[in-house]
Design a protein around this ligand. Sequence first.
Ligand code: ADP
Ligand code: ASP
Ligand code: MG
Length: 430
Amino acid sequence: MHSTKKVYKFGGASVKDAEAIKNVAKILSNVKDESLVIVVSAIGKTTNAMEKVVNAYAKQKGDALSALNEVKNTHFEIIRDLFGEKHEIYELVNDIFVAVDWIIEEEPEDPYDYIYDQIVGIGELVSSRILCAYLNECNLSSQWLDARDVIRTDNLYREAWVQWDETIDNAKTVVNPMLEKGGFVVTQGFIGSSSENFTTTLGREGSDYTAAIFSYCLDAESMTIWKDVPGVLTADPRLFENVIKLDGLSYKEAIEMTYYGAKVIHPKTIKPLQNKNIPLYVKSFIDPQGSGTYISDEVGDNYPPIIAVEQNQALLRISTRDFSFVAEHHMRHLFNNIAEYRLQVNMMQNGAITFSVCVNDIDDRIDNFVKNIEQEFKVSVERNLELLTVRHYQKELLDTLKKGKIVLLEERIGRNTQIVVKNVPMMIRK
Ligand code: ADP
Ligand code: ASP
Ligand code: MG
């Protein structure tokens, strides 16, 4: 029997508690005649909770053990709800947690990012074990796959890059035979492994990307991500009223809006799918029959205004110290440093003596960058800014968005505009 390969991704919200996991099983009970790889994220906000464990341990701030115990308790409560008091899942999950117990018993000597990846990815290992066991419990035959046996990365911990050739080979030798056996294959988002077999992570919210990696390597017919929203909307419904669902999006539109902060899809997800022309469906796990959003090459480019908001932005104004123009050799020097300190650039503008650049404010990257260039340049840094990207804008919408904000940098290309803003308290005349 020939069956088509598909990849489904269930995020943290879709498996947040026992009821949610039962709902996922219900969605999966309607899958017929398909070879399905299921990529699952950590349960609910587990990754944030595991970050607390890492910080308590690696930075010696707080109590790592009690932070870990909280995570354990939440998981064992869900397990009890799903499986009752006795089931082999208790031991499987316990073994995963014990690995963290061992790590935090030792003095933290390794680099922070390495420790982070060894601890935080546990959330996905546990959730995938639970989901897989529960599907089998529901007679939906499923095999558990360790994503680290497939996704090979470099060792840039917390932001690892996929080594595609090896990953493609692994997918063929490891995943295809599992799919041929029949039933579902359940694996984890977010994690991979380095050539030394250490766990790496692909960046926060990276499970969508994992699903796209599997889709690419397996030549899937389509990929579906199941979210708590009806599909891709014209803006984040947590931030805006009157948003509407987009029935279709081109890959280009999707990559642009997710790159600039539309958090519904991880931005790295689009490239692997586009490269093999694999359509992406964004659907609601609350209303699985709903039409969702269809992302592919075939979708035209007639869109309503779409807004993406990226928080935690910093604006750097970099000026020459002697009033000379920002010339080509300055630019070369600045860009070398931007690459060296891994500043993620979202917007830039060059003037006579000042180069302005808006970047994501991550860890101490900006401070290190500034330290290295401040002998040659005067640098001012403004933090806690927002980058608003409005695609297919209408003037009235821009005016409303700017109310109560100071615009620090603005750029328009065609009908797309980007503004870097800071909030100002509305002053009321006494
Ligand atoms: P997951 O459960 O897969 O981790 P996320 O929470 O990362 O899902 O993504 C879904 C959330 O993305 C939604 O609840 C919504 O608040 C937010 N979001 C941001 N921008 C958009 C958008 N343009 N359309 C839909 N949802 C959006
Ligand atoms: N659990 C990871 C995170 O919260 C990955 C993901 O959910 O996509 O960042
Ligand atoms: Mg998420």
